[in-house]
Design a binder for this molecule. Structure first.
Ligand SMILES: O=C(O)CCC(=O)C(=O)O
Ligand SMILES: [Fe+2]
Length: 287
């Protein structure tokens, strides 16, 4: 499997206009039905392995560099809304997310495929910027303390590398017992987590981590995320080494683009989209 990097710059203030056509959803529905029939297997409730959090205490990113990164991120997120809206989706949900009903204090700009110089160029042209990736901004105020900055979700990526906010905290990840555990701010460090594609690719061995951001302090919060995703047109599937009689294939092969479509069109942001891809799942895609 080959991967593509996408990067997100966010500020907590989603675009309700991101409609996916019902023709596309119908195509996904047929594709799923085909693979499930072909697989013809019964459900097995294999539990996912838990990968423990491990953070290095060595400073990876020097403070001046982080300051510069955040400065660029903020200058882009402070652009006029009409300019930010030029950052359109390349795959569903990859572009600008405006503040929405669910995440009213969050907004984000997205770059699908930071490994492609053409994609980086297109992103910069859209935003009249000289270079950038995906950055998030949370407009926290005294009134928002105690509320959710960004809803509970898993990342759709294979791997996410997050340069998190170093001041206020707020990021919490769910452990195996279903409890949220705070990821304390650690200047100069990066947070790395698995997303949905890692669970599909590893045939269920890697856990997609559920997480959210809570508003702890009335302060502007900025984070920069780089997502290693799949190719738009090549299906993600577990390699033969990870599939045998004891570990039968759990998920139907699916392109990253189609997977994003499933997530966005069905509003399945916390890993539920994986259930639709299980070879023996009886869950169906909503048209
Ligand atoms: O801002 C954060 O700390 C987390 C952001 C996040 O979960 C994401 O971009 O997917
Ligand atoms: Fe996330």
């Amino acid at each position: 499997m080959e991967f593509r990097y996408a990067s997100r710059v966010r500020a907590v203030r989603n675009d309700p206009k991101k409609n996916v056509s019902s023709k596309e959803v119908l195509r996904l529905k047929k594709l799923l039905a085909y693979w499930k029939k072909k697989a013809g297997r019964k459900d097995d409730d294999e539990d996912l392995e838990e990968i423990q959090e491990e953070r290095s205490i060595t400073e990876i990113l020097p403070a001046p560099l982080v300051g510069e990164m955040k400065g660029v991120a903020l200058s882009l997120l402070n652009l006029l809304a009409e300019i930010k809206r030029r950052n359109i989706d390349v795959i569903p949900g990859s572009g600008y997310m405006a503040p929405s009903k669910i995440n009213p204090h969050y907004e984000a700009l997205g770059l699908y495929d930071i490994s492609s110089s053409d994609a980086v160029e297109a992103f910069c042209t859209q935003l009249d910027a000289s270079s950038q990736q995906r950055i998030n901004k949370y407009n926290f105020t005294p009134e928002t303390v105690g509320s959710t900055g960004v809803q509970i979700h898993t990342d759709s990526s294979f791997l996410t590398i997050l340069q998190d906010d170093e001041n206020g905290g707020g990021l919490e990840v769910m452990n195996k017992s279903g409890e949220f555990v705070a990821v304390e701010p650690m200047p100069g460090s990066l947070v790395v987590n698995f997303g949905d594609i890692a669970t599909i690719w590893s045939n269920g061995r890697f856990r997609n981590v559920k997480h959210w951001v809570q508003c702890k302090e009335a302060t502007l919060r900025l984070s920069i995320a780089s997502f290693l995703g799949g190719l738009k047109e090549t299906p993600v599937e577990a390699p033969p080494e990870l599939v045998d009689s004891e570990h039968p294939r759990l998920y139907v092969p699916f392109t990253y683009r189609d997977f994003r479509m499933l997530r966005v069109s069905n509003k399945l942001h916390a890993g539920e989209a994986l259930d639709l891809l299980r070879v023996n799942s009886s869950k169906t895609v909503e048209a």
